[in-house]
Design a protein around this ligand. Structure first.
Ligand code: NDP
Ligand code: 8X3
Length: 253
C-alpha cells in the first residue's frame, strides 16, 4: 500500500521541494497552501511525472475552522497519513522591536505558531487512531538563537521548538514520531515575503553565500522518515557550510 504525506506550505520553497521528494519516492501527497493555482499546477506536475495521487487542500493555516473542516472532510482513504510536514510559515519584516509593525507580529504568530498547532492537532487525531505516524515541524536556527531585529519571528520558532518537544512527550504513548528540522539561510521565496516584495533587499541576505536550497532541506526531511521504526530524530539543525549558527556567517567577497 502506498504511503501518504501531508505537506503544508507546498506552493513554494521547502514544501514544494518536499512534495517532489516524497512523490519521487512513491508517496501519495496531500498538498496545502493558499494559492490554488499553484496547487493545481503542482498536482498536475507530480501526477504526470511520478504516477502518484495528489489531493489538493487549499486553506489558510491561520483559520482554525478551515483547517479542522478540511482535514475532517478528507476521504477516508486519505486520512491514513503517514507523515505530516508541518511547514507553512513566514517572516514579515526585519525591524527593531520598538519600530516593528504589530500586524506583522500577529500574522507570524497566527501562522507559525497557531497554524502549526491547528494542523498538528487535526492530523495527530488521524495518526493516534492508527497508532503510527511521523510529524515533522519546520523550525529554524532562529528558534535556537536570537539575532538583531529577529524578535518576534525568532520567538515563533522558539515556540515551534517547545511545541515539538511537548508533542513528542504527549504523543509518546501513541507511538508517533515527532521531529523538528531547523534550517539556516535557504534561498526560497522566504526573504521576498519577509521584505514584502523588495527583491533587491531579499537578495542581499544571501550575499557572499552559497545558501541551502529547498532541495537540500527536502532531502533531510525525507531522510528523517527513512529510519527504522524504532528510531526517531528529535531535532536536526542544518546550515550551509558558510553559516555557523543564526548569527555567524563567513561571507566571501
Ligand atoms: P516560502 O515563502 O518559499 O514558502 C512558504 C510556504 O508557506 C508557501 O507555500 C506559502 O503558501 C505557505 N504559507 C504561508 N502562509 C500560509 C498560510 N497562512 N496558510 C497556508 N500556507 C501558508 O518559504 P520557505 O519554504 O523558505 O519556508 C517554509 C518554512 O521554513 C517556514 O516555516 C519558514 O519559517 C521556515 N524556514 C525558512 C528558512 C529559509 O531561510 N528559507 C530557514 C528556516 C526555516 P501560500 O502563500 O500559497 O499560502
Ligand atoms: C529563517 C532563517 O536566519 O532568516 O528561519 O531567520 S533566518
Amino acid at each position: 500500500m502506498k504511503k501518504i504525506v501531508f505537506i503544508t506550505g507546498a506552493t513554494a520553497g521547502f514544501g514544494e521541494a518536499c512534495a517532489y521528494k516524497f512523490a519521487a519516492n512513491g508517496y501519495d501527497v496531500i498538498i496545502n497552501g493558499r494559492r490554488k493555482e499553484r496547487l493545481h499546477t503542482l498536482a498536475n506536475a507530480l501526477e504526470k511525472k511520478f504516477n502518484i495521487a495528489v489531493f489538493q487542500l487549499a486553506f489558510d493555516v491561520q483559520d482554525e475552522k478551515a483547517v479542522t473542516e478540511a482535514i475532517a472532510q478528507l476521504p477516508v482513504e486519505w486520512k491514513n497519513i503517514d507523515v505530516l510536514v508541518n511547514n507553512a510559515g513566514l517572516a514579515l519584516g526585519r525591524d527593531f522591536f520598538e519600530e516593528a509593525n504589530t500586524q506583522d507580529w500577529n500574522t507570524m504568530i497566527d501562522t507559525n505558531i497557531k497554524g502549526l498547532l491547528y494542523v498538528g492537532k487535526a492530523v495527530a487525531a488521524c495518526m493516534t487512531e492508527r497508532k503510527k505516524g511521523h510529524i515533522i515541524n519546520m523550525g529554524s536556527v532562529a528558534g535556537k538563537q536570537l539575532y538583531e531585529k529577529g524578535n518576534v519571528y525568532c520567538a515563533t520558532k522558539y515556540a515551534v521548538d517547545a511545541i515539538t518537544q511537548g508533542m513528542r512527550i504527549d504523543l509518546l504513548r501513541h507511538g508517533i514520531k515527532v521531529t523538528a528540522i531547523n534550517p539556516g539561510a535557504a534561498e526560497t521565496e522566504f526573504s521576498v515575503v519577509r521584505f514584502k516584495g523588495d527583491e533587491e533587499t531579499a537578495k542581499k541576505i544571501y550575499d557572499g553565500l552559497k545558501p541551502l536550497s529547498a532541495d537540500d532541506v527536502a532531502d533531510v526531511v525525507y531522510y528523517c522518515t527513512t529510519l527504522p521504526a524504532h528510531v526517531c530524530i528529535n531535532d536536526l539543525t542544518i546550515t550551509c557550510l558558510q553559516q555557523a549558527n543564526a548569527v555567524f556567517f563567513n561571507r566571501q567577497a
